[in-house]
Design a protein. Structure first.
Length: 75
């Protein structure tokens, strides 16, 4: 299994507030696609997966209007 640092950013939906909630965690997994499913809860869910130039896997998620970014970086 690979070990990942997860950075979960929840963007504030209040107008004029640029702050966001940030949570950092570590997990062991063989499949980050399975691990991200715990954040995909809602009636209307959109998820876009990308990878940056350093190999981190990034998921931009919209669940019922709640905007999140979850980044998996192998450690």
């Amino acid at each position: 299994m690979k070990r990942y640092e997860i950075v979960r950013e929840i963007f504030n939906s209040c107008s004029g507030n640029q702050m966001r909630d940030i949570f950092i965690n570590e997990i062991e997994t063989d499949d980050v696609d399975v691990s991200v499913k715990e954040f995909l809860v809602g009636k209307e869910v959109q998820c876009q997966k990308s990878e940056n130039d350093k190999g981190a896997v990034i998921y931009d998620i919209n669940t019922d209007g709640l905007i999140q970014r979850v980044t998996f970086t192998e450690i």
